[in-house]
Write a protein that binds this ligand. Structure first.
Ligand SMILES: Cc1cc2nc3c(=O)[nH]c(=O)nc-3n(C[C@H](O)[C@H](O)[C@H](O)COP(=O)(O)O)c2cc1C
Length: 210
């Protein structure tokens, strides 16, 4: 089995981004270790109507993603003895999407208050890529200092900020472009639909023409 990416879903708004990134990683044949924070259950419920349950994660995840989660290994956020809590557990790196400012604070301080934060701490200590897709606005000085601290420790702040130069006509296109850019950032193959070639992107050309 290939080495997995750890995906953490924390309790910020933006769970459709989590769905899109999980789908993108699975489409790219990347195994995923998934951690959903307790607060993320509230945002998933709010934004999708789905009650995400630890005990029924496979059923709930397949409903959320609309596919069988065959390459997903799920870990309860309260399970601090889980694989991703150890640096010896193999992982390519970790993406937190969306990342709450609370998760950012916990990671910046090395709190490890749950498995999501502990896995992020391990990712940094093992010098693996840690990408935090932060969602909040506006930022206060505490958020900014915590994001600086994580950047200095080797992490990447990768906010869920949409672009508009590719003329999205639906929010799904916004999630799709974000995911394509993120997969490219992780070094994974991605569609060239959003790749700028010095002139324009195929997405822009298509949407101007339609
Ligand atoms: C519906 C809802 C939306 C929220 N949106 C955000 C958000 O966009 N950004 C954020 O940083 N926190 C947001 N929060 C607050 C976090 O859920 C809260 O700080 C929580 O403690 C995060 O915990 P976690 O990092 O362990 O998931 C939201 C909470 C709820 C219930």
């Amino acid at each position: 089995m290939r080495t997995p990416w750890i995906v953490g879903v924390s309790g910020a708004s933006g769970t459709p981004y989590a769905r899109a990134v999980l789908t993108g990683l699975l489409d790219a044949q990347q195994p995923v270790d998934l951690i959903v924070s307790r607060a993320a259950r509230l945002t998933i419920l709010d934004e999708t109507g789905l009650s995400f349950r630890d005990a029924h994660w496979a059923e709930d995840l397949s409903e959320w993603l609309g596919r069988e989660p065959t390459e997903v290994r799920y870990w309860s956020a309260g399970d601090l003895a889980a694989g991703p809590a150890s640096g010896s557990y193999p992982a390519q790196g970790m993406v937190v999407v969306p990342a709450s400012t609370a998760a950012v604070a916990g990671i910046a301080l090395g709190l490890s208050k749950d498995l999501l934060q502990r896995a992020a701490d391990v990712t940094l200590k093992e010098r693996r890529p840690l990408i935090l897709c932060v969602r909040e606005t506006p930022f206060n000085l505490i958020h900014l200092r915590n994001m600086t601290q994580i950047t200095e420790a080797g992490g990447t702040i990768y906010p869920v900020i949409p672009t508009f130069y590719n003329l999205p006509s639906s929010v799904d296109q916004v999630y799709e472009e974000f995911t394509a850019r993120l997969l490219g950032f992780l070094g994974l193959p991605q569609t060239d639909y959003y790749t700028y070639s010095g002139d324009e992107t195929p997405a822009h050309r298509d949407r101007v023409e339609s």
